[in-house]
Structures are given as C-alpha cells and as structure tokens.
Design a protein around this ligand. Structure first.
Ligand code: ATP
Ligand code: MG
Length: 158
C-alpha cells in the first residue's frame, strides 16, 4: 500500500484542529511542495501522527506550539530509495532525560501532576513504536526540560 505523507499529515492535523483550539495550542506544518508516496499502512501511520500530535497538544498546554515537519529527499534521491523524516516538536514542559529510554514502554507515564490530571493509559507511545518498527523505521526522542520535546521518525520510502 502506498501513502502520500503530505496529504496524510494535512488531513491528520485538520482532524485535530478542534482539540488544538480547545487547548489553545497552535499546530503548524512545514511540508514539501510536491506530492509523493511512501510504502506503508495509511491507517497505522495516521495513528502514529495522531498519538504524537495529541501528546504535544495535551501535555504542552495553553499558548504552546506544536510543529510538524516533513523532511523529504529530493525527487532524484527518492528514486534511489531513501528515507523520509517526520518531526513533531512542541514547546511544552519537556521530559527529564532519565524517562526517555522508558517512554515507549507500555503503561509508562511520567509521574507528574500534569500527566496524572490528563488521564490516558500510557499506551500511545508503545503503539507508535510498534507501528514504526513494523515499517522498518526508527523513532528518536529528544527533550529539554522547560523548553519542549521532539519526536523524530525516519521511515524508508520503499
Ligand atoms: P495515551 O496516549 O494512551 O492516552 P499517555 O499519553 O499517558 O496515554 P503515551 O502517549 O505513551 O501515554 O505517553 C507516555 C507519557 O509520556 C505521558 O503520560 C507523558 O507523561 C509523557 N509524554 C508524552 N508525550 C509528551 C510530550 N509531548 N510532552 C511531555 N510529556 C509527554
Ligand atoms: Mg498519549
């Protein structure tokens, strides 16, 4: 199955517009101009995006920004079977370094006031990790306390 990641990001962000508005978080996208396709499961990749963008909205709070960036190789490089990177960054509270290696474990939640009051099951990132690995991709998490968090996934094109 082939998926247009630009269209997928646009429609996913559109679907989360009400949630973002209610939380007073702005979600912006930086996407390449031209449409192209990667091999993957559209429903599963949508779920990855929803989970990551939802986390950004839910944990960052009022006035924060969530940015979704798609870095795609040029047309020529794509033909040589490269990978794309999708980065979802927020200007939220950040996560302490020692949590990062365990963040994608099932039911793992950063035990702070903010996540406790937000509900949730702690499964979102475990699902994200599972789907990305099924696509033979990689997920990298970086965070700075008081500045924000970035989730970067690398997905093979073909
Ligand atoms: P679910 O996604 O199942 O509704 P959840 O959001 O708690 O529940 P995960 O999405 O797996 O579960 O996230 C795990 C924990 O990581 C969260 O509880 C939260 O503490 C922390 N976290 C995830 N994303 C962010 C983020 N963007 N900023 C700050 N903390 C985050
Ligand atoms: Mg979540």
């Amino acid at each position: 199955e082939w998926v247009d990641p630009v269209a997928l990001i646009k429609s996913t962000v559109g679907g989360l517009a009400q949630l973002a508005e209610a939380a007073q978080v702005s979600v912006t996208c930086t996407l390449p101009e031209d449409a192209f396709q990667i091999k993957g499961d559209e429903d599963q990749l949508r779920q990855v995006l929803v989970n990551l963008i939802e986390n950004g909205i839910k944990y960052s709070g009022q006035g924060a920004q969530v940015s979704v960036t798609l870095l795609a190789p040029s047309y020529e490089d794509r033909l040589r079977c490269q990978a794309i990177t999708i980065r979802i960054c927020d200007t939220g509270p950040g996560i302490e370094q020692h949590h990062l290696p365990r963040l994608t474990e099932r039911f793992y939640r950063v035990d702070n006031h903010r996540s406790r009051e937000k509900g949730g099951t702690g499964l979102g990132l475990a699902i994200v990790k599972h789907i990305i690995s099924r696509h033979r991709g990689r997920l990298q998490i970086t965070s700075q306390l008081g500045k924000g968090t970035c989730f970067a996934m690398v997905l093979p094109v073909g």
